[in-house]
Design a binder for this molecule. Structure first.
Ligand SMILES: Cc1cc2nc3c(=O)[nH]c(=O)nc-3n(C[C@H](O)[C@H](O)[C@H](O)COP(=O)(O)O)c2cc1C
Length: 152
């Protein structure tokens, strides 16, 4: 299937996560474009699935990704498959506190899109990172899992 991984990143950690997820999706045979929410205004009509992610800001999604969703995910996206991801401080990820990934997941379900995976929280050790040692491998694995769910 053809899809897009949409992300925003201030310090680079969510971008690394997005790229690793893209690799996992490609390993599963999907064709994927990587889109920075801050630079991408128009999603276009030819994507069959979306994977959307953001750094956590006060337990929520970030401004650029909120704006991207508002501008692009109209009625035509109802029923289409998606998965959500994001980065959060290790303690927040681990304690089940609110995160960007969970916020995006809920918003896209509310908009009628179809979730093919649980929200994926990738931990950073401080505001600017870095990702946990296994963070990129966990993101690739998430990409492979989403890829398999899309195929099945
Ligand atoms: C203004 C601000 C608010 C933040 N609030 C949270 C928060 O509520 N929960 C959390 O887990 N991380 C929070 N963080 C830390 C981010 O999770 C972290 O900076 C981000 O995941 C790093 O991703 P990036 O390198 O892609 O920007 C906050 C960071 C900033 C700058």
């Amino acid at each position: 299937m053809k899809g897009a991984v949409v992300y925003y990143s201030r310090y680079g950690n969510n971008e690394k996560t997005a790229k690793a997820i893209m690799q996992g999706l490609e390993e599963s045979g999907h064709q994927v474009d990587l889109l920075n929410a801050k630079q991408s205004r128009d999603l276009g009509a030819d994507y069959e699935f979306l994977v959307v992610g953001s750094p956590t800001r006060a337990g929520r999604n970030s401004g650029p990704v909120k704006k991207f969703i508002k501008n692009n995910l109209d009625e035509t996206w109802k029923g289409k498959p998606f998965a959500a991801f994001g980065t959060c401080l290790a303690r927040a990820c681990e304690k089940g506190e609110p995160t960007a990934a969970k916020d995006i997941h809920k918003e896209l379900v509310d908009r009628g899109l179809h979730a093919v995976a649980e929200a994926f929280d990738n931990a950073v050790s401080g505001l600017k990172g870095p990702l946990a040692t296994d963070g990129e491998e966990n993101a690739r694995e998430f990409g492979r899992r989403v890829g398999a769910a899309l195929a099945g």
